[in-house]
Design a protein around this ligand. Sequence first.
Ligand code: MN
Length: 214
Amino acid sequence: MYTLIDLPYTPDALEPVISARTLEFHHGKHLQAYVDNLNKLVAGTELEGMALEEIVVRASLDLADRHARLDRASQAIFNNAGQVLNHELYFTQFAPQPSCSAPTVVMPGPTGHLAKQIEKQWGSVEAFKADFEAKGVGLFGSGWVWLQANEAGELSIGQYANADNPVAHGLRPILTFDVWEHAYYLDYQNRRAAHLSALWQIVDWKVVEERYAK
Ligand code: MN
């Protein structure tokens, strides 16, 4: 059985970037539904009990085979397992903002190997953030924008539709912004760009760096 992850912060902890109401729907309703669907879909199959990453890879391989008899089932399993995996990575990469009572606080950015690699490839962290936001804004419809790494540690930005993710493409997920409207509509309505640029304020770079260091 897959279970809904607990959030590592209280529902109001990410305000005003993400409201408690958005978190309650996004985590408590949307992610819960993907977890419930996945449990129903894999019950009694050989996929039951497998790690999410493994299910995503196997379902994507089935989908790549156009003659696979399990096409429709594979798509549903891929969609729900992918969405559970994507949201687990999404929700666990955020942390509350530093206290507003400390006016000179500089929002932390990446350090160490990750910062060096970003600077090597984009020139600066600011240039990387601008590229990442633009690719999120430019993704048509629902999906996810990812910072992803290959086996050599080289980074790239992936734009994936619906439930797709780097794992299905042999890459390592490092950081992700959810661009499905359910992630921001209650707080930002149609202003996806404003939502994406605000998200940097709550990124927990320690978690992101650990994903890259693995
Ligand atoms: Mn979502």
